[in-house]
Unconditional design. Structure first.
Length: 477
């Protein structure tokens, strides 16, 4: 879908917003309202991102904050200074004399969109930890199961085990249950009561507690077991999942001896937090850091500016903190980017209000990361034959031997020696796990450099050689 109300052929946009989820939508609407010619680019067929993924005619029953989305959607569609480029997959962003060129493909046809400034709001995807059997058909990420339900109205299975850590497990399980699936259990590896150590952050975000309580009420109504300090440590089956092994964990996520038991299920949905999509900030030379949850993120200042000139970052891309934080960061990025690009005035009272709300949301995000850590003990679930890199079929034993026998000192070296991260996904699935395994073998935590070694990609999304060779036209339709 393409509109061209703001486009002047051959002229760059003031601002290109990359990603149309909560942060991107909020940023684009704010920037256009300030008078900046803005283009909103997303690979999906419609706005909403992963959080508000939906079908045509969706009534929002499966979505939280649907009224916010509908308001932003209306404002986005109505603004004469805002163009939409849906179905455009962004594979590279380069700096030019005039600003930036965002390279995309649409229906395998290369496109180029020029802008003076970019706001990166590409979001995040499910963080995965390997375990025996995780490559069996029927094992999904928690986000994939939810995407199937929201985007296509399809249940991933009939008897589903939901496992991992973090509050995201609750809406996934509640949505599946309400849609008619039998959720055999929610197996939370962490201990949510750890939020009690952060009373101020919790009190500043009472609506989040109410949201979580609503999901728990749904699980209780349907008699779905909710088990803490436990998770799925193995899936069973050949052509499809026939069951899983769950076990209790200690505070370092080592299996409590004698606690393992098998459960009957045909689907396993696992999620251990999220991995920010950092390909574009890395392409643009932004300084990176290791966030509180162990993720690699670009550094941003109070205005959502990255360290690279003309680059702003908002939402999960600069740290996982939920949709409300993404909306606030997106609005701030849109306002400040518009001011920096065009000198548009900004209401100071509005900024003060947004900064106050961002601080509250970030305090909750920090408490969440501390309440739901991912200790190194998960590595003890793996045997030597457990696949770590699905694309290249690299096992945990192979990764460890690259360290022990070949002397690899960092994930980049292991990637070169043993090929994890060299396949189709380019390390998106196995990068975090590989970095953790290598760092663990050296008796340390993964650093930002470790994570960067598995995350830097000159091509952010797959494209055909034909599209690459064809070149593209500036601001082409």
């Amino acid at each position: 879908m393409t509109t061209s109300r703001a486009e002047q052929p051959g002229a760059p946009y003031d601002i290109a917003v990359l990603g149309a989820g909560p942060a991107g939508l909020s940023a684009a609407v704010a920037a256009a309202a300030q008078g900046s010619r803005t283009v909103l680019i997303d690979s999906g067929p419609r706005p909403g991102g992963q959080y508000w993924r939906h079908r045509d005619g969706d009534d929002g029953a499966l979505h939280h904050g649907w009224s916010q989305f509908r308001r932003l959607q209306r404002e986005s569609a109505a603004h004469h200074l805002l163009d939409h480029r849906f179905g455009h997959s962004i594979w590279h962003v380069e700096r030019t004399e005039e600003g930036f060129t965002t390279h995309t493909t649409c229906d395998d046809v290369p496109r180029a969109l020029r802008s003076r400034t970019v706001i990166v709001a590409t979001g995040a995807y499910d963080r995965q930890l390997p375990f025996p059997g995780w490559t069996i058909p029927g094992v999904f990420t928690a986000g994939a199961v939810q995407a199937l339900l929201k985007g296509q109205g399809v249940l991933a299975g009939k008897r589903i085990a939901v496992a991992g850590t973090g509050p995201f497990l609750l809406p996934v399980a509640a949505g599946l249950t309400e849609a008619g699936a039998t959720v055999v259990g929610v197996f939370e590896a962490g201990l949510p009561t750890a939020f009690g150590r952060h009373p101020l952050a919790t009190l500043r975000n009472l609506p989040k507690l109410a949201e979580g309580a609503g999901y728990l009420s749904t699980l209780l109504k349907h008699r779905v077991p909710y088990r803490t300090r436990s998770t799925v440590i193995a899936a069973h089956g050949t052509e499809t999942v026939t069951g899983a092994t769950v076990a209790r964990l200690d505070d370092q996520w080592r299996v409590v001896p004698g606690s393992a038991r098998e459960i009957d299920c045909d689907t396993v949905a696992v999620g251990y937090g999220f991995t920010p999509q950092t390909e574009i900030p890395l392409q643009l030379g932004c300084e990176m850091a290791r966030d509180a949850d162990g993720s690699l993120v670009p550094r941003v200042d109070s205005r959502q500016r990255a360290t690279a000139d003309g680059v702003y970052v908002a939402g999960e891309t600069c740290g996982v903190g939920g949709a409300q934080l993404s909306l606030i960061e997106g609005e701030l990025a849109g306002l400040h980017a518009s001011y920096a690009t065009n000198g548009c005035s900004v209401d100071r009272r509005r900024l003060t209000r947004l900064l106050r709300r961002r601080a509250a949301q970030r305090s909750f995000a920090a408490a969440m990361h501390q309440a739901y850590p991912v200790p190194d003990g998960w590595q003890t679930w793996l045997d030597e034959d457990t696949t770590v890199c699905r694309c290249e079929e690299v096992t945990a034993g192979t990764v460890r031997r690259a360290v022990d026998d070949l002397g690899a000192s960092d994930p980049r070296a292991v990637k070169l020696y043993a090929r994890p991260g060299m396949g189709l996904c380019q390390g998106r699935v196995c990068g975090y796990a590989t970095a953790c395994l290598v760092a663990g073998a050296h008796g340390r935590q993964p650093t930002a450099d470790d994570l960067r070694g598995m995350a830097a990609r000159p091509v952010a999304q797959p494209l055909t050689l034909g599209a690459l060779a064809a070149g593209d036209d500036d601001n082409s339709l």
